[in-house]
Every structure is written in structure tokens, then in C-alpha cells.
Design a protein around this ligand. Structure first.
Ligand SMILES: C[S@@+](CC[C@H](N)C(=O)[O-])C[C@H]1O[C@@H](n2cnc3c(N)ncnc32)[C@H](O)[C@@H]1O
Length: 268
């Protein structure tokens, strides 16, 4: 369902209140590949101490998984639909997440009221295409106010190719607002708001090139690396362990051949 005219916040709220039961509860009952891939992507940026804001959190599935990664971090998760937030509060039992209702198409003051300072990561999983294109510039500009120097915005959304496919072949799959997000336009909007592109990737989910994963950063410094990031540390550790494993395999096989050799000599 996609409407041609101007759509009010109340209509959007009503649509997603109903969408909860017609679609979203299914994601709770059975893992969804799109969501799993999105969680994998966002997880690269969420560390135990991260302060995270999720916009359009639905019934809290992604928030719950991200919260499990936090130790002294915190997650704030909002949605326009009170029924979604109600279910999220009932099902997600974590003291790391605060769920609240907010319509971000009318500004970010409701979000700012909830936060107690800037965040490191802003997450929007399949949400940007459901916000009117006209508000994207203000949204990106306002988000900067609650971000730190090198905070990131992690977005996933259907690729323009897939949106066009849906319009032609499965228009009933479209939601009340369902914009086609062209990369050129998104880059202009993000650049005007002061972001740099950190990652852009066309992802195969159930179809080839179906989704876009995109990460913007409030600044991309090029200073020297003074500490090792947890990801790099993990990689170094795995490499070190592989070298050790290889060495002990070599030692064992050398020992075996010395013993075999000695046995061979004593029997001749
Ligand atoms: C396609 S669903 C995605 C839900 C969840 N992020 C996921 O990936 O399963 C889009 C979500 O954005 C929310 N949403 C739509 N317009 C919004 C707005 N103006 N402000 C806040 N949330 C909004 C909807 O209520 C809905 O939960």
C-alpha cells in the first residue's frame, strides 16, 4: 500500500500499529534473513561501551540483540507506533534499552528529551525509505546535534532496483510511505549535513542486489592509529593462534618422523 497524497503522522502511526500484527510479530517467531544481515552489519560498530540510538525500532528485535553486546553502554530505541513500543517493552527484558514513542518526521526534540548526551551510533534498519524524502535533509542535520566527532549512522534500505521491481511486480508489498532512495541524492543530503561516506554496499538477501547497507560518519580523521581496535585485536589473536597451531603440528610431525626414523634404523 503506498499513497500518492500527503500522508499525516496519524495515518503513518495507524498503518504501523496494524503492521505490527500483520507482519512484524512474524519476525519475532521466526528469524528473518534481512534483519539478521542488518544486525551483523550494525554489530561491527557497537561495542560494550557504545551509546546507541535506534530509530524505527519496531517491536525491538534489533534493539534486543544490540543490547546484549553492551556492558556499560546504553541504547535508546524509538518508533512512531505506540503498539510497537508497547510490545517491545513487554518482550525485551534488558536494563540497557529504553523504548519510547517518537515521530522523527516532525523533528528530533522528542528524541533529544530522552537522551542524556551524545550517541556513538545511530541505527535505522529499513526506516529511511519510510520517512518522506522531503524531511531527509533536516533529519541528517538534526542527527548531527546528538552525535560525537566520529559517530556513525548505519542505514539499511531496499535498493532502488528492488523498489522499482516491487512497484512493477508486487505493489501490495509497499508500505504507506515507501520512497526510492537514489544513492546520488542520499550522498548529497549527507554531504550537505557534514557527513562522510564510510561504507556503501549492495547486498544480496533473498534476491541479488536487494538491499543497501550504508554507513556515514560525522568525521573521518586520518590521524595515526595509536591503539588497536577490538576487531583488529581479534584478527591478530586469530592469526597468532593459527601460527601456534601450525607450529605445534609441525613439531608433532617432526617428532613422529624422528621416532619412525630411529625405529627404522634399529630394525635394519
Ligand atoms: C519496515 S519497519 C522496520 C522495523 C525494524 N527496524 C525492522 O527492521 O524490522 C519501519 C519502522 O519505522 C517506523 N517508522 C515509520 N515512520 C516513522 C517515523 N516518522 N518516526 C519513527 N518511526 C517511524 C515504523 O513504525 C516501523 O516500525
Amino acid at each position: 500500500m503506498v499513497s500518492d497524497g500527503v500522508i499525516s503522522g496519524a495515518q503513518v502511526r495507524e498503518f504501523y500499529d496494524a503492521f505490527r500484527d500483520s507482519r512484524m510479530v512474524r519476525y519475532r517467531l521466526k528469524a528473518n534473513l534481512r534483519i539478521e544481515r542488518a544486525i551483523e552489519r550494525v554489530s561491527e560498530y557497537v561495542h560494550p561501551g557504545s551509546r546507541v540510538l535506534e530509530i524505527g525500532c519496531g517491536i525491538g528485535i534489533i534493539a534486543e540483540r544490540l543490547a546484549a553486546k553492551l556492558r556499560d553502554g546504553q541504547l535508546w530505541a524509538c518508533d512512531i507506533s505506540p503498539r510497537n513500543i508497547e510490545m517491545a517493552r513487554e518482550t525485551v527484558k534488558s536494563d540497557k534499552v529504553a523504548f519510547f514513542v517518537a515521530d522523527v518526521s516532525s523533528g528530533l526534540s522528542a528524541v533529544e528529551e530522552q537522551l542524556d548526551g551524545a550517541v556513538d551510533v545511530v541505527v535505522m534498519i529499513d526506516v529511511l525509505e519510510h520517512l518522506p524524502r522531503a524531511i531527509h535533509p533536516d533529519l541528517f542535520t538534526n542527527l548531527r546535534r546528538i552525535m560525537r566527532q566520529d559517530s556513525v549512522v548505519v542505514l539499511t534500505y531496499p535498493s532502488p532496483q528492488y523498489q522499482r521491481y516491487l512497484r512493477e511486480h508486487e505493489p501490495r508489498e509497499l508500505q504507506v510511505i515507501d520512497e526510492v532512495i537514489e544513492v546520488e541524492e542520499l550522498l548529497c543530503v549527507a554531504k550537505a549535513a557534514g557527513y562522510s561516506l564510510r561504507l556503501f554496499s549492495l547486498e544480496d538477501v533473498w534476491r541479488r542486489n536487494q538491499y543497501v547497507h550504508c554507513v556515514f560518519q560525522s568525521s573521518v580523521p586520518v590521524d595515526r592509529i595509536t591503539s588497536v581496535s577490538p576487531t583488529r585485536l581479534g584478527k591478530l589473536f586469530r592469526r597468532f593462534r593459527a601460527v601456534l597451531d601450525h607450529r605445534s603440528r609441525l613439531t608433532r610431525s617432526l617428532r613422529r618422523s624422528i621416532v619412525d626414523d630411529a625405529r627404522g634404523r634399529s630394525s635394519t
